[in-house]
Write a protein that binds this ligand. Structure first.
Ligand code: IYR
Length: 225
């Protein structure tokens, strides 16, 4: 690999195969078609998933860009049934309060087509739970390290994670129990880490139905200048 010092800092040559424009159009279309097949699935098959697949998916998430390359994320990978049960119990306790009194009626009306309730069986049924933590700051040898654009960085990493789960042939639900500080306690995370998303991963249950909802067309989401 060709290396070079630029202003005293190591650089490597950026090299990627260049496709013809025709091929690029075809690849862009193919990737869109693949990603457009992704659906949030809340019903999991108990079939186990080899851990190497999920580890590779997490590595893929970690290829996301991050502020000053600080990589301000921790991915907790949970397969232990006792810990999954603890998480389910704690999440349902919060969700029960949210659905009965914290969420306003219009929010619950908006969720009706998705069929969500306070009950979260997927937190025990999915073979893995990935709890993504954002690191508000880093800790290196007992010293605080500044992190930048933490929400943006971790959000992008979660996007990569969800894409990688789909690409591997698995399904996921981006679950956001609120509040979710119980995850810090159950997983004994340090003070600099805050829970960001809880993502159950596994195979979809054999006969699964998902809401018949549609994505906005290009002309609604794009403004060209
Ligand atoms: N966090 C709750 C409610 C919920 C909120 C939104 I916005 C959703 O798109 C889906 C669910 C839950 O997980 O049920």
């Amino acid at each position: 690999m060709e290396k070079k010092l630029i202003e005293g800092f190591a650089h490597v040559r950026y090299e990627r195969p260049q496709h013809s424009q025709e091929k690029m159009i075809q690849r862009a279309e193919q990737f869109y078609q693949e990603m457009d097949q992704r659906r949030t699935v809340r019903e999991f098959d108990p079939r186990p998933v080899p851990i190497e697949i999920v580890e590779k998916i997490i590595l893929t998430a970690s290829t996301a860009p991050s502020g000053a390359h600080k990589q301000p994320w921790t991915f907790c990978l949970i397969s232990n049934p006792a810990i999954k049960k603890k998480i389910r119990d704690a999440a349902e306790e919060e969700e029960k309060i949210s659905y009965s009194s914290r969420m306003p009626d219009n929010w619950k009306t908006d969720l009706k087509p998705l069929g969500t309730t306070w009950e979260k069986p997927f937190l025990e049924e999915a073979p893995y739970l990935i709890v993504v933590f954002k690191q508000s700051y880093g800790m290196e040898n007992g010293e605080k390290v500044q992190h930048y654009y933490v929400n943006e960085s971790v959000g992008i990493a979660c996007g990569f994670l969800i894409a990688a789960i789909h690409q591997a042939g698995l399904v996921a639900v981006t679950h956001t129990p609120s509040p979710m500080n119980f995850l810090s306690e159950i997983l004994a995370r340090p003070f600099n880490e805050k829970p960001y998303l809880l993502i159950p991963v596994g195979y979809a249950k054999a006969e699964t139905y998902v809401p018949d909802i549609h994505r906005k067309p290009l002309d609604e989401i794009i403004k060209k200048f």
